[in-house]
Write a protein that binds this ligand. Sequence first.
Ligand code: FES
Length: 140
Amino acid sequence: MTDHDELDAILQGHAGREGALLPILHDVQAAFGHVSEDSVRRIAQVLNLTRAEVHGVVSFYHDFRDEPDARPVVKLCRAESCQARGVEALAAALPENPRVNVETVYCLGLCSVGPAAMVGHEVYGRLDAARLGALVESLA
Ligand code: FES
């Protein structure tokens, strides 16, 4: 499936709905990691909005990016089991590092050994503040 096909599938999934712009933008951001100029053009066309209107929403909300984030990513699981094992305290204790993007995911399949995180294709369980901090620092 090409990006164009994937975008059209997202648009069709929201066809005819009231207030579809934000859900579409969330789906596009999740699928592509950003909302490209091509996506803005196509979304505007399908929703009968101007490109400026769509662009205004993309730039207003911090959830949306207009270009890919090139920083390395740590995907931190914040689903139920990891929450029960203290992931929120772990996330709160994590020092800000502008060179690493810490994203939230919901379950990495390591529920019994959480809190868990994923870097690249590797998953890590039994994280504590020191291990998670070292993981983030190793990417910076
Ligand atoms: S809930 Fe975190 S890995 Fe499953």
